[in-house]
Design a protein around this ligand. Structure first.
Ligand SMILES: *Cc1c(COP(=O)(O)O)cnc(C)c1O
Length: 412
């Protein structure tokens, strides 16, 4: 059926509409960031603890700036977002073999971080809007006895944090937030990353700040901050950090904590420190693109757009919808038809992992298969696309028009 329909694409005059920009092209690094990075390279002092007399390292200055921007007491810059997540669990006291609750819809580095920290992921169902289901969280917490929840605000969709926090408080669960997609987002006016004991951010190319690779850990907790800093590979040089707890917090920790080397260098830090002041303006542009997609797909048959809850301040750096017309069976044909017209869509529901996407049941290193029928059902029709800032609103209108036309072919 679907194959017969796609044949019409060639004949249809509307099919001449084609999109020609790549979905993976980010904006260039800003000139002030390039200039500062070149200065750091000229100095030769790229390692964060390699400083001249009286000099404060770029990495330490960046941590201070990010902590202030985020509203956290302490910040550690490190090698990647995934590393920050693993560090968060280790610094928060995860013991080998302990269960860690996590939303079933997430990216592979999240279960990887749990596994790498010695934990065992226990997945929690998501709802139709890709948000963690607090009722299933409570059920899985009761079943597993887990002391930790690693909550990914996946694709910027923030769960009902009142309900999530109520479960965490009632059950004594330590919340760790994965803010890889919510740097700058908020729930009820409160920054994502400020609900839990620890938060992790990514500065990998496809996230909200771009240093190629990189991450942040933020916390208000003295002990967690001290343990994270020493674990990240500070040696006995932790006093060179600025967004850190008082020196006494390190007295025992510096001797008891292994060094899992994963620092950020001054070159990446220089780029990020120069780009951090640009982020709020970027968020406004992402949200304009997101709004253009929403408007372009409003009322489209075969496409369901889930509205952003009023309490969420979303950062629309990507866009999700349910392709209800094509459904799971028609999805491969729908994606191929859009791809032929230059619209690169990702499907999180595929049984076989592809590109950056993989479904929880494909992570076979997690020995015990877990049954999450609602997540499977939600992901079956979930389509995902990036909205890089090299796109403008007119681009989004073209993308939406192509999606709408291709989805409509499944409605006949
Ligand atoms: C990208 C990402 C990470 C990991 O970030 P890296 O910096 O690539 O290690 C973690 N969680 C989510 C949801 C992500 O998208």
């Amino acid at each position: 059926m679907a194959t017969g329909n796609t044949a019409q694409v060639i004949d249809s005059p509307a099919a001449t509409l084609r999109f020609r920009k790549p979905f993976t092209q980010q904006e260039p690094i800003s000139e002030p960031a390039i200039a500062r990075a070149v200065e750091v390279m000229r100095s030769g002092r790229l390692h964060r603890y390699n400083t001249a007399e009286g000099e404060v390292a770029e990495a330490a200055l960046l941590e201070e700036a990010f902590a202030e921007w985020q509203g956290a007491r302490y910040c550690l810059a490190c090698a990647s977002g995934g590393y920050a997540l693993r560090l968060a669990l280790i610094a928060a006291g995860l013991k080998p073999g302990e269960p860690v609750l996590a939303n079933a819809y997430t990216l592979a580095p999240v279960p990887g971080a749990i596994h790498g920290a010695g934990g065992v992921p226990v997945f929690v169902e998501i709802g139709r809007g890709w948000r963690l289901d607090p009722a299933d969280l409570d059920a899985k917490a009761a079943l597993s006895g887990a002391r930790f929840l690693m909550l990914s605000h996946m694709r910027g969709h923030i769960a009902d944090m009142d309900a999530v926090m109520a479960v965490c408080e009632a059950r004594g669960i330590t919340l760790i937030e994965d803010c890889a997609h919510t740097m700058g987002a908020a729930w009820d006016g409160k920054r994502s990353g400020s609900f839990g004991r620890v938060a992790a951010f990514s500065t990998q190319t496809y996230k909200h700040l771009n240093s190629g690779e990189g991450g942040f850990l933020t916390t208000d907790d003295d002990e967690i901050a001290a343990r994270a800093i020493v674990t990240s590979g500070s040696y006995m040089l932790y006093e060179r950090h600025r967004a850190r707890p008082p020196s006494e917090a390190f007295d025992d920790i510096r001797l008891e904590t292994p060094n899992y080397s994963g620092r950020m260098d001054n070159l990446r830090a220089a780029i990020l420190r120069a780009e951090l002041p640009l982020i709020d303006e970027r968020i406004a542009r992402w949200n304009a693109l997101y709004a253009a997609m929403e408007k372009g797909l409003a009322g489209t048959e075969g496409v369901e757009v889930v509205p952003i809850p009023a309490r969420e301040s979303h950062v629309g750096s990507s866009f999700q919808f349910h392709a209800t017309g094509p459904g799971a069976a028609g999805m491969p044909d729908f994606l191929a038809a859009c791809a032929r017209r230059g619209v690169e869509l990702k499907w999180f529901g595929a049984e076989a992992p592809a590109g950056f996407t993989s479904r929880f049941d494909s992570w076979r290193y997690l020995r015990e298969p877990q049954s999450l029928p609602r997540t499977i059902e939600t992901l079956a029709t979930t389509v995902d696309l990036r909205l890089p800032l090299t796109f403008d609103e007119a681009d989004c209108r073209i993308i939406a028009a192509i999606i709408a036309e291709e989805a409509a072919r499944f409605m006949a």
